[in-house]
Structure formats: C-alpha cells, structure tokens
Design a protein around this ligand. Sequence first.
Ligand SMILES: [Zn+2]
Length: 314
Amino acid sequence: MELVKVGVPVQELKWSRWFRCGKYVIEKVSRTDWPDVEYIRPVPESGHIFYDFADLGRKRGSRKAEKTYIVQWLLNLDTSKNDEILDFVNHFGLLGLLQHYYGEIAAVTLEGNTPLHFAHKPGGFLLINAQQVADLYLISLEDFLDNERRQKAFASEPLIVFKKEVEEFQKVGELVHRIYKAAFGSYWPLRGWFSASGMKEFAETADNEKLLAEARKRLSESINRKIQYMRWMFAPGDGGGWSEHTGFDSLISMVYYLLAKDVESSFWFGRCERCNDFFLSSVGSQRHCTRQCEDAARKARKRKTVKAVQKAIV
Ligand SMILES: [Zn+2]
C-alpha cells in the first residue's frame, strides 16, 4: 500500500522553514583591509537541517510558556556570555540578519556600467554595495545575489550586530512588561521607560492615559517594523478543513511575530522576583520564572521566619 501524506500544503510556502547548522562557533576573522571582526560561524561539517517555523510555537502552552520557548529564551539571553549565545544558535540557528536587513536583491545593469544592486525596503529600494555586504556576512557574492541559494549558504553573523538585535528585542519585551504593569495601575515603570528612551519631558508631564496610549503605539510600531516581509498562505487542510501557513524572511522576524501573538493573547510578561528573568504566563499570581526559583524563594522565606522566631526566643 502506498503511503499518502496528508496535511501538506499543495505548494510549499516560501520562507516557511528555517536553516540551522549542527554546530556554531564564535571566532575572530582577520582580513586585509578590514578590521578584525568577531563572528558567529556555522560549522558546515556538523550537518544542517531545515525546520518548520511553525514548530517554534509549540513550546508555548495555553497557560504558560516553557523556558525553552524561543521568545522567552531570547528575552533572557545574556549577551555578555558567548556560551549562552552559542547555546541559543545551536538550538535555533542564526537570526537571519542578512536576509532581514537586505530582503531580496535585484541587480540592474546600466549599459556599459558595473551592475548596481537594489535591496528591497518597504515602499522602495536601498542601493547597496553587494560585494561589501557579502564580505561582511562571509558568503560569496554569487550566493548573496541568488535569493534561493542564500538561505543555505552558511552565512556568518557579526557578533556585535547579533547582540544589538537581541538587545533591541529585549527592550521591546521590557516595554510589554511595563505596559502590563500600567494596566494594573502602576505607571512609574512606564514613565521610567520613556525617560530612558530620551523622552524625559513626556515621561514627566503626560497623564496616565496618554502615556499608555503612546506606549501601545510604540510597541505596535516596533513589531510591525520587524515583520514587514511576512508571507501568508491559505491552503486546504485535514478532514475537509482549511489551514493557514506563514513565512518569514528571518528567525528574528518570526520571533517578533510570536511576541505579537503573546501580547495579543492573555499572556503577560512577568519578571521573576528572585532572578529577574522574564516569564510568560497567563496565571496572574505567578511570581517566579520556574519551579526552581519558586522553591528557592519559599525556602528563603522559611529560613527568614525560622531566624525571626529564634531571635524572638533568645
Ligand atoms: Zn527566576
């Protein structure tokens, strides 16, 4: 009997999967005429796979997310620790910054001239030096210009750019956290956020309603900017039903999409009272990121009580 595959879309949606190498390393690359740059580099001999972007949402339960859920993981990633960065990329692959920043590339040759390269930008094009960009991400010009080949071309990402992108994401997560606090009547964290973002006067003078409205607007802008190349496809599904599929230019784009879904749902972005890590949960009474932190906090409370009792006896 022949096996029939069900539930697979008739045509596969472009960018519905992500590339991940078996292993990555962080190393400095020296070139003539370039300053030394530290990179996160794939190890091609370690093998590679393509996984479905849709798999990334599975670590997100209906009431709380697992610590290994990509949104939570990235929010808590300590960018000052290279081993933490490697642990992340070994699980999920690189952020896909080359694709994310430059989109699909079109070459235009004016008669008698060297080709010019245009990178897609919403509402227009960006004129780039394609050779220089390819050099920066350590791939060949041919791989960079071929939109199909580029994804699996074993590109590397400059460590400093990777960190900047993660820190920007964490700042957005912090904004979600403070918006949630404001919704429960605590507006000072949100004022602090605006103050730290160069809007001191607004932070000090805006009334609560205006403050929250501006924060919500900024959050949606930050997210929309990151998912501008999202693709969506409608397809026949199992059992006579229908299904939808989404595609993303990069891993970072997918992570922002998931964050938006978390914000939209009843999830709130709490911070652990013991270790300050983010946790995602719809349980309003949750105070700690994990069972371990909860147990440790309980033990600490108990020790404190015992000490107080001993003191009272003595
Ligand atoms: Zn904790």
